[in-house]
Design a protein around this ligand. Structure first.
Ligand SMILES: NC(=O)c1ccc[n+]([C@@H]2O[C@H](COP(=O)([O-])OP(=O)(O)OC[C@H]3O[C@@H](n4cnc5c(N)ncnc54)[C@H](OP(=O)(O)O)[C@@H]3O)[C@@H](O)[C@H]2O)c1
Length: 262
């Protein structure tokens, strides 16, 4: 059993990691700026919770003290992404190194090499910070989560449509499958200081996935293909977000839809 600190452990992926690590018998400490009530859905029974702000450094020393491994599943959008991914990761890793933490596992995104999209560039800086740190590091790059792909379709809700990015394919993956790979990494799977990519079991067009979501939620809203501008749209259209050679035999999108309450 290890003492595992899951930073961002109240978020979508982090909760799954915390639950998986508790299930495997690790002592799990979840860190985030806000801690959920113990009767909330996002509370993982069996985990301890600490308040940490990666950017200011508040709470970091107490959080890493006595920990064997750190898993970083933190996230931020817009301008805050570069603060959290660059500055926050540096704070976390320096403090972890000072307190003798041996290992770090980072959750990153598949296909971001050479990216021009600012969020992906911030993830690349974060990856470099991890690989340059004195901790034994494993980076797991995942393709888009089922929940994320669904959230894209739902961006069209206020216009009465399901929005499907044109000429785009996804290989969505369940966060529970990503969590298994991350906890495997905590347990020493994969080479130290390595980057592993994992993808969902199938590559499908955004439109085909949107059709499945439409059926599952029983909406009459039409699916509208929208050409996404900017570097993210072109990265997705080029298929750089896909990793068919790294597909895991996990829960596909349709099975996930059957599981989530729609
Ligand atoms: N979405 C996808 O499809 C996808 C695919 C592959 C990889 N990823 C990667 O997966 C990671 C997790 O994404 P997610 O969607 O699960 O994130 P999320 O649900 O947005 O959760 C983010 C977590 O980070 C915490 N956090 C944010 N700022 C913080 C700070 N300054 N100090 C401490 N904690 C902070 C949040 O808690 P508080 O706000 O309370 O602090 C929360 O626990 C990201 O790095 C993302 O790049 C995502």
């Amino acid at each position: 059993m290890s003492r595992v600190l899951v930073v961002g452990g109240t978020g979508l992926a982090g909760r799954a990691v915390a639950a998986e690590a508790v299930e495997r018998g690790h002592h799990v400490i979840v860190a985030a700026r806000r801690i959920p009530d113990d009767d909330s859905e996002s509370y993982v029974v069996g985990a301890d919770y600490v308040t940490v702000d990666l950017v200011s450094g508040d709470g970091l020393e107490e959080a890493v003290d006595g920990v064997d491994a750190v898993v970083d599943a933190s996230n931020a959008a817009g301008r805050r992404a570069s603060h959290v991914f660059a500055h926050g990761s540096r704070n976390l890793l320096h403090t972890a190194a000072r307190f003798g933490v041996g290992q770090a596992v980072l959750l990153s995104v598949a296909g971001i090499d050479g990216a021009r999209y600012p969020y992906y560039r911030a993830k690349l800086v974060q990856e470099r910070t991890y690989l340059d740190s004195p901790l034994e590091t494993r980076i797991v790059r995942a393709t888009q989560f089922h929940d994320f792909v669904t959230a894209i379709f739902e961006r069209g809700r206020r216009f009465g449509i399901l929005m499907s990015p044109a000429a785009t394919r996804f290989q969505p993956i369940a966060v529970s499958d990503v969590a298994r790979v991350l906890v495997d990494a905590v347990e020493g799977a994969g080479e130290p200081d390595s980057v592993r990519t994992v993808g969902g079991p199938r590559v499908e067009s955004a439109r085909a996935l949107a059709r499945q979501w439409k059926r599952a939620c029983g909406t009459r809203r039409p699916i509208l293909s929208v050409r996404l501008g900017g570097p993210l749209g072109s990265a997705w259209r080029s298929g750089r977000n896909l990793a068919p050679e790294h597909a895991v035999e996990g829960q596909g999108y349709s099975a996930w839809l059957n599981d989530v309450a729609v």
